[in-house]
Design a protein around this ligand. Structure first.
Ligand SMILES: C[S@@+](CC[C@H](N)C(=O)[O-])C[C@H]1O[C@@H](n2cnc3c(N)ncnc32)[C@H](O)[C@@H]1O
Length: 235
């Protein structure tokens, strides 16, 4: 038997994808922008239209799990035809409600990933870099559709995120893997802190989730259980 297939919607350069691959999945990524550094099979497409077509054509049944990381800025600049008719191509559209409807229609288990904020997602699991001994805090929330995993213990942070805030410089064991300047991480620091070495594009690094997060999700899914675990000690 081959490896279970995972559909990686809004894949960017594959932070999540590499974690799922390490957990044992074969991965197919979809992004509206060309991502030549994505290390797996890649489809350039608008994610909701693509999923809609997969559901209608039955191709979705080849997959075991769908991961999605929709843009968190409640807006995306797209395009034509079905997208526009369905309102997915207009500026400042919150994609998550339509995305969730499609994911439910797919009949498959799924993950919707979001950073903290106002996005309409459940926080079934929240992961933090400290759980994996990483050099970022990077809290990310995951809504799990059709499956469950027990959230791991949120460990106490070892210190602060390095950088300038409100005119004061703070040192600390974590780097800020977003934005630029103000003591934020260099590309090399972001790569090391998150465990990503296949892209040096700053934008892709600032968008990525650390592969360790997706590896944990993938392994939990494949094990069919979610155990309360101190991942740093278990590693
Ligand atoms: C937050 S990033 C995903 C990060 C990725 N999960 C990772 O770990 O590296 C969101 C991505 O969604 C893409 N995107 C935005 N709107 C899209 C759409 N409607 N369809 C497909 N991709 C889209 C962007 O180009 C961007 O690469």
């Amino acid at each position: 038997m081959g490896r279970p297939l995972l559909l990686d919607l809004f894949c960017c350069s594959g932070g999540a994808a590499c974690g799922y691959a390490a957990a044992g999945f074969e991965v197919v990524g979809v992004d509206v922008v060309d991502r030549p550094r994505y290390p797996f099979r890649f489809v350039r497409a608008e994610a909701l239209s693509y999923l809609d077509r997969l559901i209608c054509g039955g191709g979705v049944r080849a997959f075991s799990l769908i991961h999605s990381s929709p843009p968190c800025q409640a807006g995306c600049a797209l395009t034509q035809g079905t997208n526009r008719a369905m309102r997915w191509g207009r500026d400042h559209v919150q994609l998550i409600p339509d995305l969730r409807r499609l994911l439910d229609r797919s009949g498959l288990p799924y993950v919707i990933e979001q950073p903290n904020g106002t996005a309409p997602v459940r926080k079934d699991v929240t992961l933090c870099g400290e759980m994996f001994g990483l050099g970022v805090i990077r809290h990310r929330n995951f809504e799990l559709g059709g499956w469950a995993a027990a959230a791991p213990t949120h460990l106490r942070h070892r210190g602060r995120v390095r950088g300038w805030r409100h005119g004061v410089y703070h040192d600390g064991p974590y780097v800020a893997a977003y934005g630029n300047g103000g003591g934020k991480a260099s590309v090399a620091e972001m790569q090391t802190a998150m465990g990503i070495d296949w892209t040096d594009a700053r934008e892709e690094l600032t968008e990525a989730i650390p592969p360790a997060y997706a590896e944990w999700l993938g392994r939990s899914f494949l094990a069919g259980v979610g155990r309360q675990t101190d991942l740093r000690r278990a590693a």
